[in-house]
Design a protein around this ligand. Structure first.
Ligand code: JFZ
Length: 427
């Protein structure tokens, strides 16, 4: 009897594509994640030595034999974990997601699986992820690892996918052995660094039809750390076993960057990531920095879409973060120190973002973020039972009037904030 039930349950799970039940600890992490709203993305690897982004190996067709000369030049003696974590904390960020391994396969941690890693292959010889993990714990931030499933360096990543064709690898390899290697690295990351926030996968899109053994890998993570959140940048709707859904360079449901045409917003916690200039990994010549105001607007629109904002920096090969990034993060933090009430712990809604701005809500309060509006009267969709309206900044009352189908807010020019005019509605 019991056996038939198990078989029936397994069949149902397969038929309906649902078998993973998040643990209670995992549900708590998801709630924490949704309250956190802002995180720091860090793309750091041996590619930073060339100052031309994390795709440089592929873009400049550098063969492995050449690329393997880089670690000898990677000596980030200026790296200071406390400085990075303080910078994130002062920016109002609640977590950090850092590359443990990017597409070049180079591990930024002390792995025993091969010598293609920062400890064994560089003159510096230290494990920055260990130092960051300890420092995050000290300062109360969570640490996530970005881990690339795609690997341009490992001989068993075969057959190859769309990218990595010019690395000069042999025409053979055992993909299952590669996945064993990847699982072994993940086991290290989930065993040697204390409690981890989660794993941010990327790279499946390189060969979407391969057997990636996702259930085995996701199962391993959830077994080692049930509270850790699993997400993947596959640009599709979430797979069984994932705990959050991410949107690369786009707000959920949008597709301005062209990555998310097949994606669908599901019911998991959401996250969107973006760069400050146009590079993820350090790019010495990319000076097209977004303004602090634009970054704050992106944060507000993310929150209005019920998503977290993961904002990226690409540290330099000496271990420092360039000043243009540092100042912008500090300015975001200054803004959040005053306006954080309307961001942290909120959920998007009660209505979807508009061209003029976005709304967030928490308890009996609705925060109307007016980002771009020039007239004195602003019409918003009706919100039932609003008792009062006031500026978040100074508590001054805001005139409002319910009209058929909506509410009119009176926003005299003199009261408008150049970044975000926040009106608090109380229900
Ligand atoms: C991926 C990485 O390739 C990139 O280096 C960075 O880490 C970013 C956060 O994630 O970006 C992608 C993912 C998929 C495609 C292109 C870039 N794609 O499908 O063409």
């Amino acid at each position: 009897m019991k056996r038939t039930l198990i078989v029936a349950a397994a069949f149902a799970a397969l038929a309906f594509g649902q078998s993973y039940k998040p643990s209670e600890a995992n549900r708590q992490s998801r709630a924490w994640f949704q309250d956190a709203k802002l995180g720091l993305f860090i793309h750091w690897g041996v590619y930073s030595v060339l100052g031309n982004g994390e795709w440089v190996m592929n873009n400049q067709k550098i063969p492995i034999a050449e690329y393997e000369k880089l670690p000898a030049k990677f000596n980030p003696t200026e790296f200071n974990a406390a400085e990075w974590v303080s910078m994130a904390k002062n920016a109002g960020m609640k977590y950090i997601t850092i590359t443990s391994k990017h597409h070049d396969g180079f591990a930024m941690f002390a792995t025993k699986q091969n010598r293609w890693n920062i400890v064994d292959a560089t003159p510096w010889g230290k494990d920055p992820l260990k130092m960051l993990a300890d420092e995050c714990r000290r300062q109360g931030l969570k640490l996530f690892f970005y881990h690339s499933q795609l690997d341009w360096h490992h001989p068993d990543y075969y057959p190859r996918g769309r990218t990595g064709q010019t690395a000069g690898r042999s025409e053979s390899g055992d993909f299952n052995r590669y996945l064993d290697f990847m699982d072994a690295q993940l086991q290290e990351l989930l065993t040697n660094y204390g409690d981890i926030g989660g794993i941010w996968f990327d790279g499946m899109w390189d060969k979407p039809d391969a057997e990636w053994r996702l259930q085995k890998t996701y199962g391993l993570i959830h077994r080692l750390q049930p509270a850790a959140l699993v997400g993947s940048n596959h640009h599709l709707k979430p797979f069984d076993g994932e705990d959050f859904q991410m949107f690369e360079k786009d707000l959920p449901g949008q597709n301005t960057a062209g990555f998310n045409d097949k994606s669908e917003v599901g019911s998991l916690p959401l996250e969107t990531c973006e760069t400050i200039n146009n590079a993820w990994g350090y790019n010495a010549s990319d000076k097209r920095f977004k303004s602090t105001k634009d970054l704050i607007h992106y944060l507000v629109r993310s929150a209005g879409n019920n998503a977290n904002f993961l904002l990226n920096v690409g540290p330099m090969p000496n271990g420092k973060i360039q000043p243009e990034f540092v100042t912008r993060l500090a300015e975001m933090g200054d803004w959040l120190k005053v306006n954080g009430e309307a961001i942290y712990g909120t959920r998007g809604g009660p209505f979807a973002p508009r061209n003029w701005g976005a709304v967030t809500e928490k308890g009996n309060k609705v925060y109307v973020h007016v980002l771009d509006w020039r007239d004195e009267l602003l019409a918003i969709p009706a919100i039932p039972n609003v008792k009062s309206a006031a500026m978040l900044k100074n508590g001054q009352k805001v005139d409002f009037q319910n009209v058929s189908g909506g509410t009119l807010l009176r926003l005299p020019k003199a009261r408008m904030d150049p970044v975000d005019t926040i009106v608090v509605l109380e229900r």
